[in-house]
Write a protein that binds this ligand. Structure first.
Ligand code: SAH
Length: 341
């Protein structure tokens, strides 16, 4: 079986090339080509012919195919559906913000977390993404748009901490000087709250921004929305979050999708404010994206504004997420779901 060369860190690539009888310094050249998004070894024009032949025999370059692309006429947001070799598909989104181009990538094909309001979990987990499959979402989008990606958020399909090793490998690769040379402070990982991995991650990557999907002010509500809460209830989660901010000195973002009649009342906002009080955090209020066939509804703007006002009055920093690409609509995972139906 051929080796997945694009999932290798620079160090591993050095060892691999040595095993092929090559000089280690070639690793930097090969790595840099891979991060430029070449699809064939023959495009690595500064390598000797013999090395390119060896690589062709022993390795392959993972490349995703664009199955579908939706472009917003309003703000340039681009939503991609990428095909994987496994036959599965994943979604990524390109967004233009004032602070730079941001790409939201998937970490798994499917998801095991089964949150009640989310389209991604509807089909279960097909498989973890390799580091190369994560990387090529970024590279394909750079290739397609001709623009440089400045920030990466790992907030697409999947639970990144349920694919921890490949996530770390991906971070190593994008951070490498010979590669994308991306600062880890430009990366955000979003989790539903897997506490052991959160703690490990604070030790491994304290510079990476952490977002935690909260969506509820108490266990009674969170239990019904997010099965993960039964394993890692809110008290433990929020304690872990406090420890995280103390250890890293970095602010945590809490995602809170407002769901009509479930978690959107003033009483919920007050309870949430109380629980987050004194924490170095920011609450990102997201009007729920309605999933077709789902039983939840989103909220009107004025409900979100009232919720925001309560949080602010209690000293909790919060914003209502700007909706990009509203004309190409669809909740997380819906493009992928539409392919299956
Ligand atoms: N598994 C990770 C990252 C992927 S989900 C996590 O749970 O954080 C990215 C974010 O989108 C999460 O906050 C998730 O709860 C939210 N989300 C999922 N479905 C949504 C929907 N229909 N409307 C609004 N937000 C949704």
């Amino acid at each position: 079986m051929k080796t997945d060369i694009k999932s290798m860190t620079l160090k591993e690539l050095g060892i691999f090339l040595e095993s092929l009888g090559e000089k280690k310094y070639r690793a930097g050249q090969v790595f840099s080509w891979l991060s430029k998004g070449v699809e064939e070894f023959d495009q690595m024009t500064n390598l000797p012919f013999s090395l390119r032949e060896k690589l062709k025999e022993s390795a392959f370059i993972e490349t995703l195919t664009i199955e579908k692309l939706q472009t917003s006429q309003k703000d340039g947001t681009r939503k991609y559906l990428f095909g994987l070799k496994s036959g599965n598909a994943i979604e990524s989104v390109f967004m233009k913000y004032r602070h730079g181009n941001t790409v939201c990538i998937s970490s798994q094909a499917g998801c095991r977390m089964n949150c009640a309001f989310c389209a991604s979990g509807a089909l279960g987990l097909a498989h973890d993404l390799s580091a190369a499959e994560m990387l090529d979402q970024v590279l394909s989008i750079q290739r397609d748009t001709g623009e440089k990606v400045n920030n990466i958020v790992i907030m697409g399909t999947g639970e990144p901490f349920d694919n921890y090793d490949n996530l770390c490998r991906f971070l190593e690769i994008i951070h490498e000087k010979e590669g994308l040379n991306m600062g880890l402070r430009s990366v955000t990982v979003s989790t539903c709250g897997l506490i052991p991995q959160m703690e490990q991650f604070a030790r491994d990557y304290p510079q990476v921004n952490l977002a935690v999907s909260l969506h509820a002010p108490n266990d009674a509500i969170r239990d019904t929305l997010m099965p993960v809460n039964r394993s890692y209830p809110m008290n433990e989660l929020l304690t872990a979050c406090r420890r995280h901010t103390e250890k890293t000195g970095r602010r945590i973002t809490f995602e809170y999708a407002l769901i009509q009649g479930i978690n959107d009342g003033e009483v919920h906002a007050k309870e949430l404010a109380k629980r987050l009080s004194g924490m170095l955090c920011h609450v990102n209020l997201i009007p729920l994206n309605v999933v077709e066939g789902g039983s939840f509804s989103g909220v009107e703007r004025k409900v979100a504004e009232r919720f925001l006002a309560v949080l602010e009055s209690k000293g909790i920093q919060a914003t209502i997420r700007r909706e990009l690409g509203s004309d190409i609509g669809g909740a997380c995972g819906q493009l992928r779901l539409s392919l299956k139906s």
